[in-house]
Design a protein around this ligand. Structure first.
Ligand code: CP
Length: 316
């Protein structure tokens, strides 16, 4: 594997999962693999889990790690081609990216959807410039349309907590005060379909995810019906795709509470975090015995380490 931007970059999903669990058991097994190799993590957006887990993953493999908050320490970047650069952006991404590539062996990049233009976001204009012009392997740390390291950790977590071979996994929209990207739900749906779990997606009408992620899966608009018999509830907010980036509902009856959890098969509660309590999920659910959000976040370390190990194996 050269770049990691989605589940489709893995040649062997079961093998990747096995590797992640091997690393969880013995995190320092490959501590010399990344010797004299540099991982450079570029953040266009805020992060807690991705920043710390990917940094630690690189360190566990013996890599040198540089973290660059590009909007804080770097020059403001122009990303459009053909513009006269007479404004407030002194550097073009066409030079910045290949320069960053001069200083490292692997780049991780976080660049969220900007909600300015759906085509630009869904064509992954920023991430693809890193892939096309850096000259080194690129790992998505959450791009405009996918968050694959999160989905990989989610897959690990479901494997650890499932009590039947093919659990029922429900992705539920939940309300939020701000418009959030579709990267986590898109990626989760894509990954859960690849994992072949029984997947149900529930949301109010108007929040349909893009067909390239849903495939032939149809949404269930009745949240209570979707939750019936579920083994895992994965809550997440996202803004509308059709009416791109718009908030169509703040209906707090969709907040995951004991009311909905009562009809599940004693389901585990998951969320990628950060989470807004009593908007996305009620305190009693996230603080309850079935909440697995902390071990889920813990698995971010091993999903990142597995991905870096697979890329380093190819660099040897
Ligand atoms: N889940 C996740 O990606 O968390 P951060 O945004 O804090 O990295």
């Amino acid at each position: 594997m050269r770049h990691f931007t989605s589940v489709n970059d893995l040649q062997d999903l079961d093998g990747a999962l096995k590797l992640a669990f091997e690393l969880k058991k013995d995190p320092y097994k490959y501590q010399n693999l990344g010797k004299n190799k540099t991982l450079l993590l570029v953040f266009f957006n805020s992060s807690l889990r991705t920043r710390l887990s990917t940094q630690k993953a690189g360190l566990n493999l013996g890599m040198n790690v540089i973290v660059f908050d590009i909007n804080e320490g770097g020059w403001k970047l122009e990303t459009e081609l053909g513009v006269i650069m007479d404004g407030d952006k002194p550097e073009h991404i066409r030079e910045a990216v290949p320069v960053i590539g001069q200083y490292c062996d692997i780049i991780g990049v976080r660049s969220f959807a900007r909600f300015e233009n759906k085509e630009d976001d869904y064509q992954e204009k920023i991430l693809n410039q890193f892939i096309d012009y850096s000259g080194v392997p690129v790992v998505s740390l959450e791009a405009a349309t996918r968050h694959p390291l999160q989905s990989f950790a989610d897959h690990m977590t479901i494997e650890e907590y499932k009590t039947k071979p093919r659990p029922k996994v429900v992705l539920s929209w939940a309300p939020h005060p701000r418009a959030l990207p579709q990267a986590v739900p898109n990626s989760f749906v894509e990954w859960m379909r690849a994992a072949d779990y029984e997947l149900v997606v529930t949301h109010p009408e108007g929040y349909e995810l893009a067909p390239e992620f849903m495939g032939d899966l149809k949404p269930e608009y009745d949240q209570m019906k979707a939750f019936e018999g579920a083994d895992f509830i994965y809550a997440k907010n996202w803004a509308a795709v059709g009416d791109y980036g718009k908030i169509l509902s703040k209906d707090r009856s969709w907040t995951v509470s004991e009311r909905q959890m009562a009809v599940t098969n004693n389901a585990k509660f998951m969320h990628c975090l950060p989470v807004r309590r009593n908007m996305i999920v009620a305190d009693e659910v996230i603080d309850g015995p079935n909440s697995i959000v902390i071990p889920e976040a813990g698995n971010r370390l091993y999903s990142a380490q597995a991905v870096l190990k697979m890329i380093l194996d190819e660099l040897k």
